[in-house]
Design a binder for this molecule. Sequence first.
Ligand SMILES: [Zn+2]
Length: 141
Amino acid sequence: MKGYWLNCEKCNKDYTFKEMTEHTSLTSFLWNEFLDSRCDQSLLTFKCPVCNGLVRITYHFPRAERLTVKVKHIVYRTCDEDFYQMLWETYFIHEPDKPVYDFKYISDCNATGLNRPAIMAEKHLQELVDLFNLKCHKFLK
Ligand SMILES: [Zn+2]
């Protein structure tokens, strides 16, 4: 699949955002639901109607070989209502026990920032890490 989709960890079934949420895309889901939630991590997983497994946001990361990534946590911070910087905790499906981190941004319900790294000042990076530790019970420094 292209872009972002949803995939069951247990039975590997793929879903579109439209099938699992009231939104047609990840951008719409983030902008219209998640970014109003005070980083509610429970919004990021869904229950598979086939096997009751955990369904997660999924995407490809292009390297020499294309790798599939699943999203465990997302936290965000904002300076204004049109621009959010995000820290995503993810994992490659071939190494589920090793977290990897992805920094993205979203601006005005536009998907562009989901495909580019976020750039941020040190204090904003620290804010995101602190928020991540608080919301996800982690100890990143
Ligand atoms: Zn399933």
